[in-house]
Design a binder for this molecule. Structure first.
Ligand code: GLU
Length: 298
């Protein structure tokens, strides 16, 4: 797939739940390097629609840190909170073609008939209770139908991790696009925005690998071409937990930008002896494709 002008368009899409830490910096750096190595554009999109999780001013803090580290977006950044009407349009289009339905099940009801819990976005495997009607329950959330039979298995070739497949029917079930609390689900917003922004290459953390088949399913329903995917290994702390605000990740120290880049680069298998931020980034983007050539997805 190509962007509007035929070229590479990548993005970094942080949720402003706190300052940039080593885990999110690794993702930002990988997406920036991939864009530069392809002579492409690199955008930043602030994913701030899960309002209860957002932290005041974390968005500006992240943007300032990126700039301090020499990664400046090629277009003005966008905020998902200002784009909610676009998600509503997409939901209406899916409704018009009969692909979504209101669901009246509570989390407890779903948990009681549990298939299993997906870790990342805390999605409960859904047994399809409301597929054929609410049976007198009040509508709470909107769910999209997943395919049945062989079409339920969605595969993609990840540029870092190699081929990935997931059966949406047996591993997940119909999933939520609009939550019971009225908020837009990440899965819908990310697909709509990547499509409208003409993103051709998605580079992000491997904790989102298991969201990708859902996103490909939505792209197909909405007629959006699927981008290429590359999921970098997540950074873990001493206890093996993914670095995040919850697991106590430290904010990047912007007074030592080169040290931060070197540490993030080391996680990606990149090392160079340049002694200033611009020089380090230039060298790292020159080395990036060679680094990728050694991976399972190559
Ligand atoms: N906003 C998501 C996060 O910070 C990332 C979304 C994406 O890159 O697709 O986890």
């Amino acid at each position: 797939m190509a962007g509007p002008d035929g070229g590479y368009r990548g993005r970094f899409a942080p949720s402003p739940t706190g300052p940039l830490h080593m885990g999110s910096l690794v993702t930002a750096l990988a997406s920036w390097l991939d864009a530069r190595a392809h002579g492409g554009q690199w955008l930043v999109r602030i994913e701030d629609i899960d309002y209860p999780r957002c932290v005041r001013d974390a968005d500006e803090d992240i943007l300032r840190t990126l700039e301090r580290l020499g990664m400046t977006p090629d277009e003005p950044s966008v905020w998902q909170s200002r784009r909610e009407s676009l998600y509503a349009d997409a939901l209406r289009r899916l409704e018009a073609v009969g692909q979504i339905y209101p669901c009246g099940c509570s989390r407890k009801e779903i948990a009681d008939s549990l298939v299993h819990v997906r870790e990342r976005h805390q999605t409960l495997g859904y047994p399809g209770t409301c597929r054929h009607g609410l049976n007198g329950k009040l509508p709470r959330a909107w769910r999209v139908r997943v395919p049945d039979g062989p079409a339920a298995t969605i595969c993609f070739d990840d540029r870092w991790q190699g081929r990935q497949c997931q059966n949406l029917e047996t591993e997940l079930g119909d999933f939520v696009l609009r939550r019971a609390d009225g908020l837009w689900a990440y899965q819908l917003a990310v697909v709509v925005d990547d499509g409208l922004q003409g993103i051709t290459h998605i580079v992000r953390g491997a904790d989102l690998l298991d969201s990708t088949p859902r996103q490909i399913h939505l792209q197909r329903l909405l007629g959006i071409p699927s981008p290429a995917y590359l999921h970098v290994p997540v950074v873990v702390n001493a206890d093996g937990e993914k670095l995040s605000k919850q697991s106590g990740a430290q904010a990047i120290d912007t007074s030592a930008p080169l040290d931060a880049l070197r540490a993030a680069g080391a996680h990606l298998g990149l090392k160079n002896g340049e002694r200033d931020v611009q020089g380090w980034l230039r060298r790292a983007s020159a080395d990036w494709m060679q680094r990728l050539a050694a991976l399972p997805g190559a």
